[in-house]
Design a protein around this ligand. Structure first.
Ligand code: GLC
Ligand code: CA
Length: 564
């Protein structure tokens, strides 16, 4: 694997609306991020991905962009952005922006022009098609429910395509002029000092242009729009062109968000000639999903989590480095989702942190993960903002779930779980804002907050710092960043164990994912313990090591050890 500057970094995702509000309007902003750069530096963060801050009507929280060259006033000004770039640079933190180019907002000038003249040049920036006698051209369902086709206002029998909300019309990548507009915009931001991009929903940019019906997969007579992706050939041509024309000249870091891809394509995505530098590993997050919707999901165990991660490392680690996450702004909180109920404690959260950060790949934290923020309980659907949650709530209700049952589903899966304000302190609204927050803070902010963990020895926050620091610790860096990941006895249940085999050192990661202790005989003798989620008092070693190759792990104990 060719070495890259980002390999030994730890990345952190900011959801700007909920991170830190600097002016009391209840919305997080760029000055709030600037205020917290020292906090992030101290945590050990080297790359910051900031979810969209462009001008937007916020139908999908900024993922509907109406001007790619402007900062939304809710977040600040272009001067604030420039200051953020400069201040981040001073601290050796790279800024990665969100690149949302599968679609834009219906308020974007391009779409407004297309509305005026669907057959003119801007009409060709979108997918505008004739319907079948006033009905949509085909039966695809959008990600957020309902048809992907929306009647073009003011015209008979004309529809435009939107894979997401109807306010997010898809951009026609077949049009070379549109592609050039996008590349130009990317270069503009790179020249401003952005280090790279996270590529939103990027696999969707290529459509199956036949726009034909597929067999319905729900009672609504529609089929998931993603069905089409299996028939859409040629996305690589677009991605390689974008790399060549937009990213490569500035040596930009790129990380793709893609769910629907074929494992045999890994090389073409993140191999040495791949179109991205990295992609997120969503393997664990796809587990338990049902095509019927959230209400039909299955609970995921830690062993299933382990197996999914092992499998994707087996496919990818010889090829390139994926990014490991337990959560993001689209997913519930990892600690609420994956940890067994008895392990939803600081100890259990350290175990999950340890597994995630010691797995081969670029660790990507999501804001609040470092203090163990949890899912929120939603007491009424009025508390929910997220467009996709509102749809899933309706789907659940229409399948006979009571209001209470549907709210339970929502509380487990809603994207708003991750979007509640960051819990900084014991002040009102967790110190996120002096005003009224745009989304309610989690009720548990008095128990789970940054200021408390900053001054408490042995806190989750300090454990994260230790884990992150290991990645650049000269003794372990090579093994942790590049060492091959190999499972240790995957047949043991309620247990996650793997080696990281570096050129000189071999580390072993051990996690007892059950409440009861267990004694294990290891194939290789242990040299010493590097990190322990029970603490690092000198007695621990004697406590754990029965002999060099026999070890007793307490309930939910996590260890990093060096072996011979
Ligand atoms: C991505 C984003 C998500 C957004 C969608 C449409 O999946 O992560 O938040 O709703 O794309 O842009
Ligand atoms: Ca604000």
């Amino acid at each position: 694997m060719k070495k890259r500057w980002w390999h030994n970094k730890t990345a952190y995702q900011i959801y700007p609306k909920s991170f830190k509000d600097s002016n009391g309007d209840g919305i997080g902003d760029l000055r709030g991020i600037i205020e917290k750069l020292d906090y992030l530096k101290d945590l050990g963060i080297g790359i910051l991905w900031i979810s969209p801050i462009y001008q937007s009507p916020f139908v999908d929280q900024g993922y509907d962009i109406s001007d790619y060259y402007a900062i939304d006033p809710a977040f600040g000004t272009m001067e604030d952005m420039e200051e953020l770039l400069a201040e981040a640079k001073n601290r050796d933190i790279a800024i990665v922006m969100d690149l949302v180019v599968n679609h834009c907002s219906d308020q974007h000038l391009w779409f407004q022009e297309a509305l005026k003249d669907p057959f003119g040049p801007y009409g060709d920036y979108f997918y505008i098609r004739e319907g079948k006698n006033g009905k949509p051209p085909c039966n695809w369902r959008s990600y957020f429910g309902g048809s992907v086709w929306e009647p073009l206002p003011g015209y008979d029998n004309l529809f435009y395509l939107h894979m997401f909300a109807k306010e997010q019309p898809d951009l026609n990548w077949e049009n070379p002029k549109l592609r050039q507009e996008i590349y130009q915009m990317i270069r503009w931001w790179l020249e401003k000092g952005v280090s790279g991009f996270r590529l939103d929903a990027i696999i969707n940019i290529k459509k199956d242009l036949r726009f034909t019906d597929f067999p319905p997969d729900r009672e609504d007579g529609l089929c998931a729009g993603t069905t089409m992706l299996a028939y859409a050939e040629g996305v690589m041509d677009f991605l390689q062109e974008m790399k060549r024309e937009a990213f490569a000249p500035c040596d930009a870091f790129t990380i793709g968000e893609l769910f629907d891809f074929r494992p045999e394509e890994m090389e073409r995505y993140i191999g040495s000639q791949g179109c991205f530098e990295s992609i997120f590993d969503f393997a664990p997050h796809l587990l338990g999903a049902s095509e019927n919707g959230w209400y039909d999901r299955k609970q995921v165990t830690m062993d299933e989590f382990r197996d999914a991660v092992f499998e994707s490392k087996a496919i990818s680690q010889e090829i390139g480095m994926m990014a490991n996450i337990i959560e993001n702004h689209d997913e519930p909180r990892g600690v609420s989702r994956y940890l067994p109920e008895g392990a939803q404690t600081e100890l259990g959260k350290k175990l999950l942190a340890g597994i995630s950060l010691m797995t081969f790949g670029l660790p990507f934290l999501y804001q609040g993960q470092e203090i163990g923020m949890t899912n929120k309980e939603f007491h009424s659907i009025q508390e929910v903002d997220d467009i996709s949650t509102l749809d899933e709530y309706q789907v659940a209700r229409s399948h006979g779930l009571t209001e209470k049952e549907a709210l339970k589903v929502i509380s487990q899966m809603s994207r708003d779980n991750a979007r509640t304000p960051m819990q900084w302190s014991r002040e009102a609204h967790g110190g996120f804002t002096t005003g009224t927050p745009w989304l309610l803070v989690n009720e548990n902010y008095l128990q789970i907050r940054v200021d408390e963990q900053q001054q408490r020895e042995g806190s989750l926050l300090s454990f994260y710092k230790q884990l992150i620091a290991l990645r650049t610790n000269p003794s372990y860096e090579e093994a942790i960043v590049y060492g091959r990941q190999e499972p240790l006895n995957q047949a043991w249940s309620s247990f996650t164990g793997f080696y990281r085999k570096g050129r000189e050192k071999t580390l072993l990661i051990l996690a007892n994912t059950q409440e009861t202790p267990r004694t294990l005989k290891l194939p290789t003798p242990i040299k010493h313990i590097i990190l322990d989620n029970y603490g690092t008092t000198p007695t621990t070693e004697a406590d754990v090591l029965k002999s060099a190759d026999t070890i007793t792990l307490k309930g939910y104990q996590f260890l990093i050890v060096e072996v011979e």
